[in-house]
Write a new protein. Structure first.
Length: 324
């Protein structure tokens, strides 16, 4: 029997023209061993058959709260709208075109119950790039058993190149999320990165060394499309730096500096940091080494055949052990 003493969880799922994926993403949520308090689906003026599919599911499952916007708001605004409507102690932001695996809610909530100070729980993430067929795991190796990671331990793992937050696997404490400003609209496709690192380095996190959600990577995704606009992407990164330089995030920013966590934003962030006197000392040897190596891997990845790329992922530790 499910543990009814577990904290409550709300699922927030924005949707825009992802009707063909809902028959996969929604059953994966509704068939979890621990049921959510509610599944808030916000349709952002879809022009496909999404709304009809959502209404059909809502008629069958009373747990679904179906909402349709009168005008298109975009990903970030819908995430914050769902957060305001949610009544659960914890939130999972579901993507209509992704899939969670059995046990995500139960395992995450059990661990969070043991460590109520944690801002959220995350797991190993299963990533699949549809255009290329590349498949790899992220967040592998942060621990061998489910555990709580303090901010200090998170920095240690970051410095060892073992730290990564698979955002699509997270079950977040609603209060901690709101405390750091929720999704900041100006940070657009990096709004999730900022809020997860900010509240994680403030309160610590829980981690489960098991792949419990799949992230489908589309060439037309919000993140991919945004990054192609160099000026817009630079403005987003500058907005992140401005917030890290504010008094509100002094402690969290220092953890990010120590771990070199900004490495993943590669050349654009290096350029911005060099020009900003507020970030003197941030271009550490660790950060530069990791940043250039990450740039190299990204450049090479797209030129590899699928079999060779997936072989590399296995050999380089981007696959969870079979027993996980």
């Amino acid at each position: 029997m499910p543990d009814t003493s577990l904290p409550t969880i709300s699922v927030v799922m924005p949707n825009f023209n992802h009707g063909k994926y809902l028959s996969t993403s929604l059953p994966a949520i509704l068939n979890q061993s621990v049921q959510p308090l509610e599944v808030i689906i916000i349709d952002d003026c879809s022009t496909d058959n999404s709304w009809e599919i959502i209404q059909e599911y809502a008629r069958k499952y009373p747990v679904i709260r179906a909402i349709r916007n009168e005008k298109n708001l975009g990903v970030i605004a819908n995430g914050n709208k769902g957060l305001e409507l949610a009544r659960g102690e914890y939130i999972h932001f579901g993507s209509a075109d992704d899939e969670i695996y059995p046990g995500l809610f139960e395992k995450s909530l059990k661990l969070l119950k043991q460590h109520p100070q944690a801002a959220y729980c995350c797991t190993i993430g299963d990533w699949y790039e549809l255009a290329s067929g590349f498949n790899w795991h992220v967040s592998v190796g942060m621990a061998d058993q489910p555990c709580y990671l303090s901010p200090e331990r998170m920095v240690e793992l970051e410095r060892q190149s073992k730290f990564f937050i698979a955002s699509h696997t997270t079950v977040l404490k609603r209060a901690a999320f709101i405390e750091v400003g929720s999704f900041i609209p100006e940070l657009k496709w990096h709004a999730d990165w900022f809020v997860l690192y900010a509240c994680g380095f403030r309160h610590g996190i829980c981690y489960i060394p098991e792949p419990l959600a799949r992230f489908n990577i589309f060439t037309t995704s919000y993140y991919k499309s945004g990054r192609r606009d160099e000026a817009a992407h630079r403005a987003v990164l500058q907005g992140m730096l401005d917030r890290l330089a504010s008094p509100e995030f002094t402690r969290e920013a220092e953890f990010i500096r120590q771990g070199g966590s900004l490495f993943q934003f590669t050349g654009p962030i290096r350029e911005l940091i060099r020009k900003d006197p507020r970030f003197k000392g941030w271009l550490t040897p660790l950060m530069l080494r990791r940043s250039y190596w990450h740039s190299f891997k990204l450049a090479v990845k797209d030129h590899l055949p699928v079999w060779l790329a997936n072989l590399y992922f296995r050999l380089a530790g981007y696959r969870a052990p079979k027993s996980a």
